[in-house]
Design a protein around this ligand. Structure first.
Ligand SMILES: [Zn+2]
Length: 298
């Protein structure tokens, strides 16, 4: 199967401190399409599964275990998902979203190419970062003020763990995320959820701002013009939702393709399911031409 390469905007730093950024990957095969269409994992857990199956190598790390796929930064996982989508279904994306204005709500078509999504690599690779809070934001415990923090950036494991809370209560999810990502506050190692609760809103804001500053970025916010009400709005494009939704809607088609190829070529289901979508499509096109040629010859 054809292998492709890309460079992660962030990268994975191993225990020895070596940075791994070059990725070898291949498109999803029918097997992954079926697996993703059927399973009941949350979006982030599905991303972990698909990355560990389709990414062959990151730097010198191969194969990619689920445990490392989970530790990749959120932007790196999003980036790989975009690359996998491009390799499997092509770079053009067409989706429909509702206009967010309450008095409109019309469906708006959005249409863009994955190549046009801005990607900004991170400059500092971490994996640990230091931040000095402003004096007003200092963390006070037992009468002592601490300003120096150590943190890591959010990764796939955080997304998997917090996605349920995020749907219920965003504030709780954010507190838990900080508790997972903060490594130290002053001399205090690994902050507890209670200590995070005691961080002032200003301190939280300074931490979030610094995390955003050092993280690699994938710009998934789209400016959209509603043709119905003519107003402009910005929507976050929900990559995971879109990607897995696409898998589900194409599942029936997948089974028809497998049937068609098995019927004409007498290949086993296993062989066909190991092909990526464009390979199945190519055979189907050849078959269609052949059948038309035979029909014309009669
Ligand atoms: Zn509108």
């Amino acid at each position: 199967m054809e292998e492709k390469t890309c460079i992660l905007p962030g990268g994975w730093v191993d225990e020895q401190g070596a940075l791994h950024r070059e990725v070898i990957f291949s498109a999803l095969t029918g097997r992954e399409e079926a697996l993703l269409a059927d399973n009941k994992l949350n979006g982030a857990a599905q991303v972990t599964v698909v990355l560990s199956r389709c990414v062959k190598r990151i730097g010198s790390i191969h194969p990619l275990s689920e445990s490392i796929a989970r530790k990749l930064l959120i932007a790196d996982r999003d980036y790989l998902l975009l690359k996998l989508r491009e390799a499997t279904f092509g770079s053009q994306v067409q989706a429909t979203i509702p206009c967010p204005w309450p008095d409109c709500g019309e469906k708006v078509d959005i249409d863009f190419s994955i190549d046009d999504i801005p990607v900004t690599p991170s400059q500092e690779k971490g994996p640990l970062y230091r931040l000095v809070l402003s004096p007003e934001a200092a963390f006070v415990e037992d009468g002592k003020a601490h300003r120096e923090l150590g943190f890591r950036l959010p990764n796939g494991g955080d997304q998997e763990r917090l996605s349920a809370h995020l749907a219920e209560n965003e504030a709780i999810a954010l507190t838990q995320l900080l508790a997972r990502c903060l490594q130290s506050i002053g001399p205090i190692e690994i902050a507890s959820a209670d200590q995070i609760e005691n961080l002032s809103p200003l301190a939280r804001m300074e931490i979030e701002r610094e995390m955003l500053r050092v993280a690699p970025k994938i710009e998934l916010n789209m400016d959209v013009n509603c043709p119905e009400c003519a107003r402009l709005f910005t929507v976050p494009f929900d990559l995971q939702d879109f990607f897995f939704g696409e898998m589900r809607t194409s599942r029936d088609l997948l089974y028809r393709e497998v049937h068609y190829l098995a019927y004409h070529y007498h290949w086993s289901e296993k062989e066909i399911m190991e092909m990526p979508k464009d390979q199945r499509r190519n055979y189907i096109e050849v078959l269609a031409d052949e059948i038309e040629r035979l029909n014309n010859a009669v």
